[in-house]
Design a protein around this ligand. Structure first.
Ligand code: PEP
Ligand code: MG
Length: 561
């Protein structure tokens, strides 16, 4: 098998190895084979399988940590969903076998959720993965057989990859990921970038590749070569090695070529991500997603437990800055102990983020108090910010709560278009901004961030998104407030230059993205960044914006970016 396939490069570098094509599709359990008669035992078998899967996902999530860990914890919640258990138990009572009940229960549950909209309805791949794991348990097949075993490095090819497949893989095993589906913000992309493994997504024809075919995947251009020549592999490897060397040569704090400082910070989910952040030279933390501490818990962790986790992060960056986000519960980050107060047809547009915290002031107060106590013990500069702030009134409320708790710096995330549009008003209330481009794109384009088919609308190069970032930065500058960026966009080295040109004061990203961003900034002056930003905003499409920006950033190709 030879030829080329074209997808979207989402994690740079060149990966070469034999294709391991992942296929998990087991035939549906037969509909016409009822269980043996003991409905109670059959129900226990079905629910036991779901619990075993949940426990396995939770345990893997704890081991994986970081982005992958968060997603696995969310999947564990799906397996434990009481609605699903009721549905499965009901099907067994009606005579279905445990396997068939699980199969149909997921099917019914999925369409039910899809009709209601909502975050689970949009996470079909994750839901299917949980179902297939439960079916494997019931069949007595090994649960973790989805990812091909064997010595690597191989190129893992799949229709799409579930977080549970990828979170525990190591870069030694996988030379590259190639998937038919997914987009720049899909789980495959986020995890590949976090692992530093090249990845190509949205690549039609990928799963038709014969297993064992030598594959060369270019995670920058999105080109996938089948059975490449030895020269092509050598050239790609040479380019990747040169790129790594060029990136590694740039060290120290983030700054443009003319010395304008741009602190480069890490996005973390908790203390488990600190080693990675430090290894990649993070100057601090720009986004501590504290939900991770609360995921999969029936009750909020105690103030003492929270304080210990916050302190551990603060102590990792003596004298540096650590930006902690208060709980962003709801929608894609559901917390069992903090559900929305009622039925929500569209949880992403419902009671989430600061809206939920307003409904549960005691949860916010405990968190702020734990943060204040941690800050009094560590030497890092702690800044605290609220998620999903939409109005100046919400910003004022949060700032007041922080002051009440004795926290000197209270900021807001800019991830709702209204906040960007009225940035000047919000800047009058908040001490700093941090732009969350993931949600800002979701809300600006009315495109659920968990629907892979809408990936083009989540492209952070969309000129409309760049306009909103510019508005946020200008609003902050008018009040002399810093405006950082902490969405996935900040980890794209080309876009990072544009964001600095738009006025971003700091950039926070998954740790493995730091070296490329540091090197890209170091090659260009602030003025070049501004020109690139202007050119990108003047473009009519994301592709044109990227090309137009690159024309002002000549150092990128020298770095192989
Ligand atoms: C964002 O929305 O861009 C962001 C950084 O927050 P999260 O991805 O956790 O929603
Ligand atoms: Mg967000």
């Amino acid at each position: 098998m030879s030829g080329t396939l074209q997808g979207t490069g989402v994690s740079p570098g060149a990966g070469f190895g034999p294709a391991r094509v992942m296929s998990r599709a087991a035939p549906p359990p037969p509909a016409d084979v009822p269980h043996g008669g003991d409905a109670g035992a059959e129900r226990d078998r079905a629910l036991g399988a779901l619990e075993r899967v949940a426990a396995d996902l939770q345990e893997r999530g704890e081991r994986a940590g970081g982005e992958g860990g968060k997603i696995l914890q969310a999947q564990a919640l799906m397996a434990r969903d009481p609605g699903l258990s009721d549905e499965v138990a009901e099907l067994v009572r009606a005579g279905k076998s445990a396997a068939r009940a699980v199969y149909e229960g997921f099917g019914r549950y999925r369409s039910m959720l899809a009709e209601a909209g909502g975050y689970l309805g949009a996470r079909v791949a994750d839901l299917d993965d949980v179902r297939d794991r439960a079916l494997a348990v019931l069949d007595g097949r090994p649960v973790a057989d989805a990812v091909p075993a064997g010595a690597g490095p191989y190129v893992l090819v799949a229709r799409d990859l579930a977080p549970a497949d990828t979170a525990l893989l190591s870069p030694d095993q996988v030379a590259a990921f190639v998937t038919e589906e997914g987009g720049p913000t899909s789980h495959t992309s986020i995890i590949a970038r976090a692992m530093g493994v090249p990845a190509v997504v949205a690549c039609p024809g990928a799963t038709a590749v014969a297993p064992g075919t030598p594959v060369l995947a270019d995670g920058s251009s999105g080109l996938v070569r089948l059975a490449p020549s030895a020269e092509e592999v050598a050239a790609a490897r040479g380019a990747a090695a040169a790129r790594r060397a060029a990136l590694a040569a740039v060290t120290g704090p983030g700054a443009t070529a003319d010395g304008h400082a741009v602190p480069l910070l890490a996005n973390i989910g908790g203390p488990q991500d600190l080693a990675d952040a430090l290894e990649h030279g993070a100057e601090g933390v720009g986004l501590y997603r504290t939900e991770f501490l609360f995921l999969g818990r029936a009750e909020a962790p105690s103030a003492e437990e929270q304080e210990a986790a916050y302190l551990e992060v603060l102590e990792a960056f003596p004298g540096g800055q650590v930006v902690v986000r208060t709980l962003d519960a709801g929608a894609d980050k559901p917390l069992a102990f903090l559900p929305p107060p009622g039925e929500e047809p569209n949880p992403a547009l419902g009671e989430r983020g600061i809206r939920l915290l307003r409904l549960h002031p005691e949860v916010m107060e405990t968190q702020l108090a734990a943060l204040a106590r941690a800050a009094s013990r560590g030497t890092a500069v702690l800044r605290v910010m609220a998620p999903m702030v939409a109005t100046a009134e919400e910003a004022a409320l949060f700032a007041a709560a922080c002051r009440e708790a004795g926290l000197p710096s209270a900021g807001v995330m800019i991830e709702v278009p209204s906040a960007a549009l009225r940035a000047a008003d919000l800047a009058a209330e908040a001490d700093f901004f941090s732009v969350g481009t993931n949600d800002l794109a979701q809300y600006a384009f009315a495109a659920d961030r968990q629907v892979g088919a809408l990936a083009a609308l989540h492209d952070a190069w969309q000129p409309a998104l760049l306009d909103l970032v510019a508005l946020a930065a200008a609003g902050a500058a008018g009040r002399d407030r810093p405006c950082g960026v902490c969405g996935e966009a900040a980890g794209d080295p080309v876009l990072a230059c544009v964001l600095v040109g738009l006025g971003a004061a700091s950039l926070s990203m998954s740790a493995p993205a730091l070296p490329a961003v540091r090197a890209a900034l170091a090659r260009h002056s602030r003025e070049q960044c501004r020109l690139a930003a202007r050119a990108a905003r003047a473009a009519a499409s994301p592709a044109q914006a990227r090309d137009a920006a690159r024309e002002h950033l000549p150092g990128l190709s020298e770095l192989g970016l």
